[in-house]
Design a protein around this ligand. Structure first.
Ligand SMILES: [Zn+2]
Length: 610
């Protein structure tokens, strides 16, 4: 009895009756009927994902066939009695008439030949000789063909049950000789219900969220959920509490995911980096974190769009939490967040710096609201494109004036027409954010808050090497020196703040007025971005070049966009162009938009409101 306690749950609670097999009623009912009507086939194929009960069902069938109790005396007129000599022998593993073969390790033609020899010998004191061949798709072709011979002329006392996770790899000639049953993934609720029964039997106390967690870990396979249960009991004892359990099993705590979406709502990039720090420190697998995050966003999406919360695989309390949190998001926001996370999953697989990838994605998520501002940027670009003489896409129709027309619209959330420039302020913005085209320079703000070196990247201290002196006495000389060494300066800035360096590439020092250095920037959007970095850039410049220390201010100047044309001069508003075409053309033809997309992870997005 003592050793019974140490049996793993998956074995201890392996179903002994058809009715105990979870969530495969479509299979068990058919098998029971075949037993009652004595219409058994001679070969069955059980296919389906791992851990859902294929082998267990095969054993149940073997036991029920050879059970010596007459059908009419059995439960449901079909279940094995579990008392007769055959049933007892089977459950104790001493049955001489049931053979289990793992095709993964016995896949050679000799193994099948041996089987064919023994098949001829009639069973001893039983109805049938049952051969259960697990992972049958692993058999070699020669072995398959040998098996086929047996299946073509099976002795009447033989019954074959094949199990496979990959039925498409089984030869069609074999498939055609089998009755096939497809086993299903087990729904989470069914696994939870089974776990609850086992908890009662084992004297384990567990909250709903814990059971959900174990069930989700099983991912549709009861066997895996039961292994997780064993692990949980050995780690946490007989009282399972969600937080403790999540930690013990290395499952990312839901709180962390809710923290991520809170930070998205608040545009809090620093909070995002803190989340990454915690994920790394807790030793979570980043890929797993990303998968969990996608699941979290999907749950929010369900909560936002569906009245029925049962599609969220979580306990009641968590479902309510999702319903509440989802109110802060628009469906479109959630879809875009999901898109970012889907990209992240694939990039994590190939990246040498997975942590950096995770950070970048979370930062992008935190700056998501600024997509609204991007539309303003597109507006400006549109106007620029109109004035630019060298439009590469000259055969395309001229871009329409965005102003009252549909080229740039506010989101449905705001519904504050008619001026698209009035960005919908559905989210909190600080004063400084509203002055910047791109909102807060999230990356920069974050990097300042980030502990030095924690990112393993870009933590180079400002270098002190620039001592070759070109004594600049007049502003003209200083300007010339700056112009000459500007590319070098840009590279150095890029080492410290990559994104700033990238934006700086397209610039050149233009003039010095008093102690102010004017820098020419090709694009107004970049000018504002750089202006926000003035303090940092000035500091870098001072360190870079001694003579530059006389400079006290940096001004970034871009060519003025076309002056507001007088209203009456505008031609009658043309037919609104298909917005997606406008966006697509911008993507193709505007280097600025391309850069925004490539470097900042911006997306082109079209609000569908009126
Ligand atoms: Zn029996």
């Amino acid at each position: 009895m003592q050793e019974q306690r140490y049996l793993v749950a998956a074995r201890k609670y392996r179903p002994q009756l058809f009715r105990e097999l979870v969530a495969q009623e479509h299979v068990t009912e058919t098998l029971k009927n075949a037993l009652r009507l004595n219409r058994l086939g001679h070969a069955y194929l059980f296919s389906g994902p791992r851990g859902v009960g294929k082998t267990t069902a095969a054993r149940l069938l073997a036991k029920a066939i050879n059970c010596q109790t007459p059908l009419e005396e059995r439960e449901d007129h079909a279940e094995p009695c579990r008392r007769c000599e055959a049933c007892v022998a089977f459950e104790e593993g001493r049955s001489l008439n049931v053979f289990e073969i793992d095709a993964a390790s016995n896949n050679k033609v000799e193994d099948v030949r041996e089987l064919r020899e023994t098949v001829r010998v009639p069973p001893q004191g039983a109805r049938k000789k049952v051969y259960i061949i697990d992972e049958v798709h692993m058999l070699s072709n020669a072995a398959f063909n040998a098996l086929l011979k047996t299946l073509e002329e099976p002795p009447p006392h033989a019954l074959f049950i094949f199990a496979t996770t990959e039925p498409h790899k089984v030869l069609p000639t074999i498939l055609s000789r089998c009755q096939r049953f497809d086993f299903r993934r087990i729904p989470v609720e069914a696994i939870v219900a089974r776990l609850r029964e086992i908890c009662v039997a084992e004297g384990v106390e567990a909250d709903d969220e814990s059971l959900m967690l174990l069930a989700r870990k099983g991912d549709g396979a009861l066997r895996d959920a039961l292994s997780a249960f064993d692990q949980a009991v050995s780690l946490c004892g007989t009282t399972l509490r969600y937080a403790e359990l999540a930690q013990a099993l290395g499952v990312v705590d839901l709180d962390l995911y809710f923290a991520v979406t809170d930070h998205v709502r608040e545009g809090n990039g620093a909070g995002m980096l803190a989340v990454v720090e915690q994920v790394v420190r807790s030793g979570y697998d980043l890929q797993e974190f990303a998968i969990g995050l996608a699941e979290h966003l999907r749950n929010l999406l369900v909560a936002r769009t569906m009245p029925d919360l049962s599609l969220i695989e979580a306990g009641e309390a968590t479902r309510r939490r999702y319903a509440e949190a989802a109110q802060a998001f628009e469906e479109a926001d959630l879809l875009r967040l999901l898109g970012l996370v889907a990209d992240l999953e694939s990039r994590l697989k190939s990246s040498a710096q997975p942590r950096l990838q995770l950070e970048l994605t979370l930062l992008r998520m935190a700056s998501l609201p600024h997509a609204v501002d991007l539309r303003r940027a597109l507006d400006m670009l549109e106007r620029l494109a109109k004035t630019s003489p060298s439009r590469p896409d000259s055969d395309a129709p001229p871009p329409t004036r965005p102003a009252p027309g549909p080229a740039v619209r506010s989101t449905p959330a705001a519904s504050k027409p008619p001026r698209p420039e009035v960005a919908p302020e559905s989210r909190p913005h600080t004063a400084s954010e509203t002055t910047s085209l791109f909102g807060p320079p999230a990356l920069e703000r974050l990097k300042r808050n980030r502990p030095e070196g924690s990112g393993g990247q870009a933590a180079l201290a400002p270098v002190e090497e620039a001592t070759d002196v070109l004594v600049a006495e007049s502003p003209a000389e200083l300007l010339a020196a700056l112009q000459e060494r500007w590319p070098e300066f840009v590279r150095r800035v890029a080492q410290i703040r990559r994104h700033v360096g990238m934006v700086l590439e397209d610039t050149r020092p233009e003039s010095i007025e008093g102690t102010t250095l004017w820098v020419y920037v090709r694009d107004p959007a970049y000018a504002r971005l750089l202006q926000n970095q003035e303090k940092f850039l000035l500091q870098q410049l001072h360190a870079f070049m001694e003579e530059a220390q006389q400079l006290t201010a940096l001004r970034f100047r871009a060519p003025e966009p076309e002056d507001e044309a007088p209203a009456q001069a505008a031609p009658p508003a043309p037919e609104p162009e298909d917005p997606t075409l406008v966006l697509e053309r911008l993507r193709r033809t505007s280097p600025v938009v391309q850069k925004l997309i490539d470097q900042f992870g911006c997306e082109l997005y079209w609000g569908n409101g009126q």
